[in-house]
Design a protein around this ligand. Structure first.
Ligand SMILES: Cc1cc2nc3c(=O)[nH]c(=O)nc-3n(C[C@H](O)[C@H](O)[C@H](O)COP(=O)(O)OP(=O)(O)OC[C@H]3O[C@@H](n4cnc5c(N)ncnc54)[C@H](O)[C@@H]3O)c2cc1C
Length: 409
């Protein structure tokens, strides 16, 4: 007779495996179905914002990642063409302490994070299958999941299916969740590199020079994750056989003192790029099914929110399940909170896109004005929400008039 499970999670990435650990720890019989036998580097999140680290701590998962090599990154240096490097270093700030109890950010390789959490789910008592194919899901009062594993066809009938299978979610598609998206804003590409540089392993940066928005995150030892955000018009420069070389050379920037050292680094991963846009849904639940993480809709990755969003989903959904009512109505607080959370993060992300990933002289001046108004003149800005959490700032920070005031000539 087939084993019985209370919850089947489709997708054993960071969100799915974290959910598996939390449920298994409370005695829920949980199965995780993961497509990949080996986690691939597809260029995904490797920097977790402080509010995500806070979620990780609340879920009791932070030590699992730091014990496996995750590093805390405390400092932000605002390198940008609008100021010389020494001035950017003077303006560098520590993230812990921005708000009470705010932890630092955390960096770790994405495949390593997936593997570590997936192993921890097994250790907590979750049943995990990797290499699962041909998933078919049905919602309803008696939901079901069918799949192929090795040569066997399997069907499970849990009480609840959790769709955690990422941005191309089959659960989302098969059950015809109504998704919305805005037009693509630009392209974002990334690559892992190694080499001796003087980049401080406790700091990250995000800035703009010329027609690129660059981001640098330390990954421990001699490794750095580099991301570049650029216009669709610039696509040819970062495709084809020279794309890795061109990405490295793009870091030779006047505003970046270690740019030359970074350009000498060796690529140690593939370079993938993606179009940046927001995807969301008014309701990530159906009878017997709840979507979490990217499967439930994701923000433009420019502000690096996906990992934090997924972990908050895990906390809210697992708290609801722990309260014992697993009906669709019980998930309403999750539906409402997520909708407003994604709206605020989308708003902040679109502001950052306009500020940092639109290029040219007018855009440079606008960025300088907005930066002065926020940092010197004390104008409200939605920007810190990407570090401290979407719920912390007052509602009016997420209104168009706030952005208009920051951007005005
Ligand atoms: C270029 C880029 C940069 C980013 N940078 C950041 C960042 O710095 N910080 C940040 O917080 N976020 C970042 N993100 C977003 C972040 O990577 C995602 O939000 C996060 O990975 C979502 O986690 P997830 O577990 O929901 O989905 P995923 O990480 O996509 O995991 C889904 C899992 O489901 C599995 N799966 C897929 N289909 C099936 C199937 N049919 N059956 C079974 N299993 C399946 C996959 O193999 C995978 O393991 C970035 C995204 C991109 C594209």
């Amino acid at each position: 007779m087939a084993e019985e499970f209370d919850v089947v999670i489709v997708g054993g990435g960071i969100t799915g495996s974290a959910m598996g650990i939390v449920l298994a720890r409370t005695g829920v019989r949980v199965k995780i179905l993961e497509r990949d036998k080996v986690y691939q580097d597809r260029v995904r999140g490797e920097w977790m914002a402080s509010w995500g680290v806070k979620e990780l701590q609340r879920l009791g998962l932070a030590d699992i990642l730091t014990d496996a090599g995750g590093i805390f990154v405390n400092r932000f240096i605002p390198y940008d063409e609008n100021m010389p490097p020494e001035k950017a270093e003077d303006f560098a700030f520590d993230i812990p302490g921005l708000t009470p109890d705010l932890p630092p950010t955390l960096c770790m390789g994405h495949p390593a994070m997936c593997e570590t959490l997936n192993q921890a789910a097994i250790a907590a008592g979750a049943s995990v299958n990797r290499g699962v194919k041909s998933i078919k899901v049905q919602s309803g009062n008696e939901p079901s999941v069918s799949y192929r594993l090795e040569d066997a066809d399997v069907t499970l009938r849990p009480k609840l299916i959790v769709g955690a299978d990422g941005r191309n979610s089959v659960v989302q598609r098969q059950l015809e969740f109504e998704m919305r998206q805005d037009p693509p804003h630009n392209l974002l590409g990334g690559m892992l590199v190694e080499g001796k540089t003087s980049w401080p392993q406790d700091a990250f940066t995000a800035g703009t020079e010329g027609n690129i928005h660059f981001l640098i995150f330390p990954q421990g030892e001699d490794r750095l994750r580099l991301y570049l955000c650029y216009d669709f018009d610039d696509r040819a420069r970062f495709t084809g056989p020279d794309r890795e070389k061109n990405l490295l050379q793009a870091f030779r920037l006047k505003c970046l003192p270690m740019g030359e050292e970074i350009a000498q680094c060796k690529p140690i991963s593939a370079f993938h790029s993606y179009s940046n846009e927001d995807h969301w849904t008014e309701n990530p639940t159906k009878p017997g099914v709840v979507l979490i993480g990217d499967a439930a809709g994701h923000c433009d990755p420019i502000t690096g929110q996906g990992l934090s969003i997924g972990l908050r989903d895990v906390r809210i959904v697992s708290d609801i399940l722990a309260a014992g009512d697993w009906s669709e109505a019980a998930f309403e607080p999750y539906v409402d909170e997520r909708l407003d959370r994604m709206r605020r993060l989308r708003f902040a992300g679109q502001f950052v896109t306009k500020l940092r990933a639109e290029f040219g002289e007018d855009a440079r001046q606008r960025r300088a004005r907005a930066s002065r108004r926020t940092n010197v003149e004390g104008y409200p800005s939605p920007n810190p929400s990407a570090l401290i959490g979407p719920e912390v700032l007052p509602a009016e920070f997420f209104e168009q008039k706030t952005i208009d005031a920051l951007m005005a000539p």
